[in-house]
Design a protein around this ligand. Sequence first.
Ligand SMILES: CC(C)(COP(=O)(O)OP(=O)(O)OC[C@H]1O[C@@H](n2cnc3c(N)ncnc32)[C@H](O)[C@@H]1OP(=O)(O)O)[C@@H](O)C(=O)NCCC(=O)NCCS
Length: 201
Amino acid sequence: MTEQIHEQATVTTRTLHDGLLELEDRPPRVSLFSMIREDWRVNSHMKSRFVLVLFRCAHASYNDRRRLTRALTAPYRFVYRLIVDWVMGIDIPCRVTLGRGVVLYHSVGIVINEAVKMGDGCIIRHGVTIGNKLGDDGESYPPTIGNRVEFGAGAIVIGDILIGDEAIIGAGSVVTRDVAPGAVVAGNPAREIARHAPRVR
Ligand SMILES: CC(C)(COP(=O)(O)OP(=O)(O)OC[C@H]1O[C@@H](n2cnc3c(N)ncnc32)[C@H](O)[C@@H]1OP(=O)(O)O)[C@@H](O)C(=O)NCCC(=O)NCCS
């Protein structure tokens, strides 16, 4: 039974990530335009493409090293927040580090803490929360997400934890501890139900 689950999980992950893995032969640093093109390619929903184009521009504007450019583009960041957060209900602040080729499914009710760093090729379904936990020292501790991590619908990941490459977070799971690379976790609290060897290069 365990072996069956293991095999199933491996097949599911491989199918889902096949398209995303193509992106791995890319140069390490790319232009804003290339980032947008990669997102466009891996997303089939127009809504997701739209959100990601707006996000990439807001992120680039926030991270511009020239103070004047940052100041001049501040109104755009406000418009981004207005449309994507207030109107569409997707809270992905422009400070968030999203890796290349991120996939948004359904693009509803996603909340990501602004200090989160996420690797390439992750899949984020509706209702996902990736949030911080306040430490006793009053500091905010967000999770760090590896490459090609898949988040099931309604998954909640909180605190100063590390989600390894190609981990799969089951729908509705609550994750408050590190997840090993290639692990499939589910439930509240999330427990490992299978593991496959991640294709880390
Ligand atoms: C986590 C997940 C990838 C596991 O898939 P799988 O490897 O095929 O696992 P199985 O369905 O064989 O389930 C294995 C065990 O884990 C349990 N399980 C699976 N997913 C679970 C979840 N999200 N929460 C709690 N338990 C879960 C099953 O009940 C089963 O338990 P059992 O052995 O006691 O019967 C999958 O269930 C999942 O949640 N995918 C997210 C997909 C999603 O969000 N879809 C929404 C599209 S809109």
